[in-house]
Write a protein that binds this ligand. Structure first.
Ligand SMILES: NC(=O)c1ccc[n+]([C@@H]2O[C@H](COP(=O)([O-])OP(=O)(O)OC[C@H]3O[C@@H](n4cnc5c(N)ncnc54)[C@H](OP(=O)(O)O)[C@@H]3O)[C@@H](O)[C@H]2O)c1
Length: 299
């Protein structure tokens, strides 16, 4: 199998790259913090000194970094991928960056290099087991050629032309972040009304939040749930979403402001479900019955 360059070996990227290695791909890897490449090097991956060195001469370059700024850092400048990637190669960006950053990347890559945006839904367990959902945007030819490789990582969902994968990912994450913060607010309301928590969970089980309540209950009840997705990265995603949603993004903005508050309170490096605990604590601090009381009934 042809050699693949992999840029970005964080919580997700390290696990995904390991799957390619296990599937028999030869890998050349680069990560800003070099030590994070050690486990893959021990399993046979070559380690490059720069993103450009990793990209030189390979047919496929995959990028999995934090967001738009990190993407620019690894693609632009003399050490960036764009300076070295070969004509005819395909760059696959799997980071959650939103459509504008994908368009910026298209503009800096040579025209003879194909670009696919392929961000993922699912977390560390899904990355490890190859059961992610992969939202794929790009021209049909390069997308068709990339599907076998993407299939090692999860189930590709072909979303449309370049930027569609990034768009699909923001839609999915708006649903996720709104639901998570809605769960925090409903539990905070239950607390303020004096409902015992086990009754609150039963009530939520009878509402559209039921499946999310069941899924998040262990994280809410754990003091500090294991970090799967860093809260600071959820703040990044919420900012990408509100930028795109504009005036139609009131719920997205509410979710973003809760997450940003939680980050400001020092929770940025915790799992993003810590936002629920932050909302509950805010509910405990607010004065009882401090919202406006509706006096006028509608006709
Ligand atoms: N975790 C999840 O559950 C999950 C699920 C779906 C999608 N995602 C998305 O997947 C992407 C990666 O997430 P993750 O959880 O793996 O995050 P992470 O553990 O924080 O890893 C981030 C990666 O980006 C690199 N990076 C950050 N800033 C950089 C810069 N300025 N220059 C070069 N490299 C830089 C980091 O390098 P260092 O090692 O040097 O810090 C690391 O390799 C993000 O877009 C995230 O939104 C995450």
């Amino acid at each position: 199998m042809s050699e693949v360059a992999w840029i970005g070996l964080g919580a997700m990227g390290g696990r995904m790259a390991a799957r390619l290695l296990a599937a028999g791909h030869e890998l050349i890897v680069w990560n800003r913090t070099a030590a994070r490449a050690d486990p893959l090097a021990a399993r046979g991956a070559r380690v490059a000194a720069t993103p450009a060195e990793a990209a030189r001469g390979v047919a496929t370059v995959v990028v999995m970094v934090t967001g738009p700024a990190a993407l620019r850092e690894v693609t632009e400048g003399p050490d960036g991928i764009a300076a070295a990637v070969s004509p005819g190669a395909t760059v696959i960006d799997m980071s959650t960056v939103g459509p504008p950053a994908v368009a910026d990347l298209r503009a800096v890559l040579p025209p003879e290099v194909a670009l696919i945006d392929a961000p993922v839904l699912g977390s560390l367990n899904e990355a490890e087991s190859g059961t992610l959902s992969v939202f794929v945007g790009g021209d049909p030819g390069p997308v068709a050629a990339a599907l076998p490789l993407l299939g090692v990582l999860g189930t590709p969902v072909e979303a449309g032309p370049l930027g569609s994968g990034a768009a699909a990912k923001l839609v999915a994450n708006e649903a996720l972040l709104i639901t998570l913060t809605a769960l925090g607010e409903t539990l905070a309301l239950a607390d303020r009304l004096g409902l015992p928590r086990d009754i609150a969970w039963r009530v939520l089980g009878l509402t559209p939040l039921g499946p999310q309540a069941e899924r998040r209950r262990p994280a809410v009840e754990a003091d500090d749930p294991p970090k799967l997705f860093a809260l600071r990265n959820a703040v990044k995603d919420a900012g990408l979403i509100t930028h795109e949603a504009g005036a139609a993004g009131r719920l997205a903005e509410a979710a973003r402001s809760w997450l940003a508050d939680a980050e400001a309170a020092g929770l940025g490096d915790h799992d993003y479900t810590a936002v629920i605990g932050h909302i509950l604590a805010s509910g405990r601090r607010a004065a009882p019955g401090s919202g406006p009381r509706p006096e006028i009934e509608p006709d």
